[in-house]
Design a protein around this ligand. Structure first.
Ligand code: FES
Length: 88
């Protein structure tokens, strides 16, 4: 069976994101399911650009999942999105 590639996940730890809830997302090892953790390559990165994009309709904190940027991220939302991403 072919090994599935891990889903790339970048949690923004830039100031705008960090102060608006990004810090909570960095506790991901506490709230994500072990299966999700095993299927994702999660990194903290400084500013992924969402806070500087006037076209962005949602507010920080931002997380990039498989190249797509999502805003107003919460622990619950991240759990749900990553569950979907690893099964995609
Ligand atoms: S600080 Fe997070 S996108 Fe800029």
């Amino acid at each position: 069976m072919e090994k599935k590639e891990k889903v790339s996940v970048k949690i923004c730890v830039g100031t705008a994101c960090f102060v608006q809830g990004g810090a909570d997302l960095l506790l991901y090892q506490d709230f994500l399911d072990p299966v999700v953790l095993a299927g994702c390559d999660i990194q903290g990165v400084s500013c992924i650009g969402g806070c500087k994009d006037d076209a962005m309709q949602v507010r920080p904190p931002y997380v990039e999942i498989a190249g797509q940027v999502f805003g107003e991220m919460t622990q619950e939302k991240l759990c749900k999105l990553l569950q979907e991403a690893i099964h995609a």
